[in-house]
Write a new protein. Sequence first.
Length: 467
Amino acid sequence: MAKAHILVVDDDPLVRSFILEALEKEGIEVDQAEDGASALRLLRSETYDLVVLDFVLPDAQGVSFLKEVKNALGSGADVISIGEDRVDEAVKAIKNGAYYYFAKPLIKDEFLVALHNCLEKIHLSLENISLQRKANLFDIIKSIALTLDLDKLVTLLMDSAVELTSADFGLLALFEKEPGPLRIYALRGVSLRNLGGEFFGLKPDRLQEIIKKGEVSFIEDVSKHEELVPCQAGERDVSSLIILPVISKGQHLGVVIVGKTTGGEKGFQKEDISILSKLIAETSLAVENALLSRKKEELIIKDDLTKAYNRRFFEIYFDEEIRRSQRYSLLLSLIFMDLNDFKRINILYGHFVGSQVLQEVASRIIGKVRNIDKVVRYGGDEFCIVLPETGPQEAYLVAERIREEIESKPYECAESKYYSLTGSYGIASFPEHGSTKRELVDSADKAMFVAKNPNQKSIIIAKRTKG
């Protein structure tokens, strides 16, 4: 059994000295606290197997403080209460979670027997907890390894990482392309708005450096880390982070981050880091396979001519993005775009030239959006752009960039013959202009037709829906 670590909490220095002398002879590491406040500070910074606690302290008394100490201890740890020779106090202590109650003055031999019995119970309890966690980990790894659906896989992996480490929050991000930006696929315990373009205080460039190193990074105290900007997860400050790169066969796929907040339960333990490292190492190949499967699917869901996504993909994907936006309270925008008088190109120069121009139009659009945005050929010369985590005003700026690019130079239709194109753009956003796919598509489509009016601007944001 590993060397035990015990905290003795008593305002009487003679009692502390007596216990300290008795335990050090037993080879037990002992810390001391003379009051409740000192004890809680130590419990937040250290890991103890057992607390020997005076039932009545000057600043903390009885059952309420006993419960507070029990909550601050890690899984499996316990409390022995000491106090006056009173049956009512002993009953209260035992009923509220103390392993044993000793009346003062302490009798050394009896005290040591009870203490060793308690430590043996703790040791067996921790072994059982460790075995159970390993069994759970094995079952989780099997489930993930059999999952090819990327969305299901990241959900299972994120939930498992948070649960196995008792984290307060978590994030899973993957590269769409490497090198390139990370896309957040799963969040727990925090909204995307809280992050503000960073990763729990880490700048994206710095996080990518950590991923490239390929090693686990444990930040025990965020407040003392120079590279981290103070941030929150929900209403609490982030206190500690475990950052684990996801790597398969030398390829950097992304990162899993879990963390604790101030005022929460005990910080991360060494076993938390070990078990999370095992989870990621054993499932990284499954992540790679799911990403490859997604890329193969894209061969089916891309338009053959323009390489934009096709209508079939849009019908499924846009539903998924609406659900994700509803779940995490995110914004989502849709731009509908129609090329004005495009049919004249087909009439003047033929459909072959028309197809070439459409290819160039799609290429120009794709070049002006983010990796996470999806450009869809909706039908004929009509395109739509899905903009996750984007509000209507930001979508307007994207549409303006696309408009400028479409109109920046004419399209070559024949030798020394060029044709200039313009477009009409309609914008609708979740939840302002609709909460379902049909509502958002109808809103964007109507706004686009308003934009076709010569007396209107070429980019129109839909009218707000009632309610």
